[in-house]
Design a protein around this ligand. Structure first.
Ligand code: FE
Ligand code: FE
Ligand code: ZN
Length: 277
């Protein structure tokens, strides 16, 4: 069964997210653990979570992919920004345990001129301070476009973070198709080559989820502007190969395309159509 879905608003709680996912024809989804631009998170309503878990189990669906707020920057040069990152990360990991065994994806961060090495060190610190043996969540580093001073634009930078994390079995990677393309990995022209490189440097066993987005810009543009599937520079054919690739086809595919509900419903149906069962 293809695992595909979009981002869904978490404003009305877990059961509402599950129902909304079903409405879109989705079998997984992503959601922000709190306002994507920061701020505090609502308390978890255990009865609501329970209803969601029952609904999801009844459908036979698997993992969901939570997304940390964009403002979470573990390697900022500002202490108060780093403090927010620590607090939000710790709190989010606690909340994630209400829905055991799922994914928590975050943007590694922007080093804002401190250099990639210092960025990697600060990101690994955040992880080492917060990961714990008993947690059931897997934390995913997202591949980034390389806009500004973003860390995670190369597989080597992801490797460097993983190498510094003590509980690295709690860690995985989420591949964002728009971001890797913008970072210079030609997933349209040479998907096999890109995945071989990923395997050599990071290891395909680390790859847990895919953000499936077309890009408004060309290869290595470092822009990070998402497009609807087939309406950008990556193109529909590349996505058909990607969702059917043996190394990727079992992973959850999350759409972060500029769409409304009708658009996501269409996109999900189109990709299901292109998926070889
Ligand atoms: Fe993201
Ligand atoms: Fe993404
Ligand atoms: Zn993006």
């Amino acid at each position: 069964m293809m695992k595909i879905g979009s981002h869904i608003s978490s404003a009305r709680g877990y059961e509402a997210m599950g129902k909304q996912a079903l409405k879109l024809g989705a079998s997984t989804f992503a959601f922000f653990t709190r306002n994507p631009r920061g701020g505090s998170a609502k308390a978890v309503d255990e009865a609501d979570v329970k209803k969601f878990l029952e609904l999801w189990k009844a459908e036979g669906y698997g993992k969901i992919v939570a997304h940390a707020p964009y403002t979470l920057n573990a390697c900022s040069d500002k202490p108060e920004v780093r403090r927010f990152a620590r607090e939000a990360f710790a709190e989010d990991l606690k909340r994630m345990e209400y829905t055991p065994g799922n994914y928590y994806n975050f943007h590694p961060g922007s080093h804002v001129g401190q250099g990639a090495e210092e960025g990697v060190r600060l990101i690994a610190n955040l992880l080492n301070e917060n990961l714990y043996e008993e947690m059931t969540t897997t934390v995913l580093l997202e591949t980034m476009a390389g806009k500004g001073s973003e860390i995670g634009r190369s597989f080597e930078e992801l490797r460097a973070i993983l190498d510094r994390v003590r509980l690295s079995d709690k860690m995985g990677v989420c591949l964002d198709t728009c971001h890797v393309w913008d970072a210079g990995y030609d997933i349209a022209g040479d998907l096999d080559g890109v995945l071989q490189e990923f395997d050599r440097i990071v290891g395909l066993d680390r790859l847990k989820a895919v953000h499936i987005n077309d890009s408004l810009n060309g290869l290595e543009s470092r822009k990070d502007r998402h497009a609807r599937i087939g309406e950008g520079c990556i193109g529909l054919e590349a996505f058909v190969r990607l969702i059917n690739h043996p190394a990727l086809r079992e992973l959850p595919f999350i759409l972060e395309t500029p769409n409304d509900d009708a658009g996501w419903t269409r996109e999900i149906a189109m990709l299901r159509e292109a998926y070889r069962e």
